[in-house]
Design a protein around this ligand. Structure first.
Ligand SMILES: *Cc1c(COP(=O)(O)O)cnc(C)c1O
Length: 376
């Protein structure tokens, strides 16, 4: 058996190599490396895929969050509610813009923002909520949007891990992740569900005026070259990356199906192990399994990780240190016990290999090795 990977980008590339190589070659020949036609083609294709929302490509998922917040004119002192169990980027841009991050704990089952706690976090300074659709399924958007509406807050969906997931509201309407809030942001980091071959990101909104402002901010605050209306940033998607994404977007639904097959295999094999909680499927949302993340009880997580590693099986912990315990984000009053669920998750979560190229033989081996740890 070949080496097992968390993500196998090489095999995935080989399956679509002729198309990718041709797309890259075309950009090399045109030399339109910045804002070449492929960027707009990709924005249009992704827009149709998402159901018609405006799509503004940018340089990465972190910039996407930053530009989103700049476009909403959020000012120092404004409070932004975000889950404390998330990738650092979400909190980073809030702090970088001088805004005040207000952490909120997550639900132990879904790993997403606990909407029952929102009321306790909102003040007169609260301006926005940033739900992160962690590991690939949507946060409880119906509650979040209702809460935001009642309190006049913006909603910025961080879709970096859940592009292509869908959410169904109680009235029956179904929407794609990233198109429900005021703004959606995503990342095309190579290992994401739709990944390019470098850094990339995009911003979504259904509001045309806001879309124009986002586009302007991401390109030095200019609509017309050398005429700067507002302070902006340099955050554009490279033409080469757009050309690659144009090819890969066609396969996104197939990739999502494959990830779900892998997840179902793991579910069936692991559900009977009493020290393991398999991923919970929340109501109203599909899951696109950016990560297949189990919870390992009884203090066995790190021992299991070592056991798997010694058998050639890589695993990852997303995330080992919660944001409120990180040196950069510590505040008076933050300590052990401030966000109990997130702290518990940091000690129990374990993400298993999941990608579009996984073979049944690998899954058999991984699950057999897991079982052997618990059953001897
Ligand atoms: C990957 C990720 C980001 C940042 O994306 P980059 O393209 O790496 O900047 C932001 N939020 C979440 C939840 C992510 O997983």
């Amino acid at each position: 058996m070949d080496k097992i990977h968390m993500v196998d980008l090489h095999s995935q590339y080989l399956r679509i190599k002729p198309e990718i190589d041709e797309a890259i070659q075309q950009v090399l020949t045109s030399t339109a490396f910045i804002q070449g036609p492929e960027v707009n083609t990709f924005a249009q294709s992704l827009s149709s895929y998402l159901g018609g929302t405006f799509v503004i490509p940018c340089a990465n998922g972190t910039d996407a969050l930053q530009v989103a917040m700049m476009a909403l004119d959020l000012k120092p002192g404004d409070e932004i509610i975000l889950p404390v169990h998330t990738y650092v980027a979400t909190g980073e841009v809030i702090a970088l813009l001088g805004l005040t991050p207000v952490f909120i704990d997550v639900r132990k089952d879904t790993f997403n923002i606990d909407t029952a706690l929102l009321e306790s976090k909102v003040t007169t300074k609260t301006k926005a909520i940033v739900p992160v659709h962690l590991y690939g399924q949507c946060a409880d958007m119906e509650s979040i949007l209702t809460f935001a509406k009642n309190h006049n807050l913006y909603v910025i969906e961080d879709v970096a891990q859940a592009l292509s997931a869908t959410y169904t509201f109680t009235d029956g309407t179904t929407k794609k992740a990233g198109t429900m809030g005021t703004i959606g942001t995503t990342s095309f980091f190579p290992s994401k569900n739709l990944g390019c071959y470098g850094d990339g990101g995009a911003i979504f909104t259904n509001d045309k005026a806001l879309a124009e402002k986002i586009k302007m901010i991401s390109n030095h605050g200019q609509r017309v070259k050398y005429h700067h209306e507002v302070i902006g940033v340099n955050s554009r998607l490279d033409t080469l990356q757009a050309a690659i994404l144009n090819v890969k977007l066609k396969y996104l639904d197939e990739y999502t199906r494959k990830r779900n097959e892998v997840a179902r295999y793991y579910d069936a094999a692991l559900t009977s192990i009493k020290s393991i909680a398999i991923p919970y499927r929340a109501a109203n949302t599909t899951h696109v399994f950016h990560q297949y993340t189990i919870q390992v009880k009884d203090g066995l997580r790190d021992k299991l990780k070592t056991h798997l590693e010694s058998h050639g099986i890589p695993t990852m912990i997303y995330y080992p240190v919660p944001l409120h315990l990180q040196n950069a984000y510590k505040r008076p009053g933050f300590g052990e016990g401030t966000f109990p669920i997130t702290e518990e998750l940091s000690k129990e979560v374990l993400s298993l290999p999941i990608h579009t190229e996984m073979k049944e033989q690998e899954l058999e081996y991984i699950t057999a090795t897991l079982k052997s740890f618990f059953h001897g």
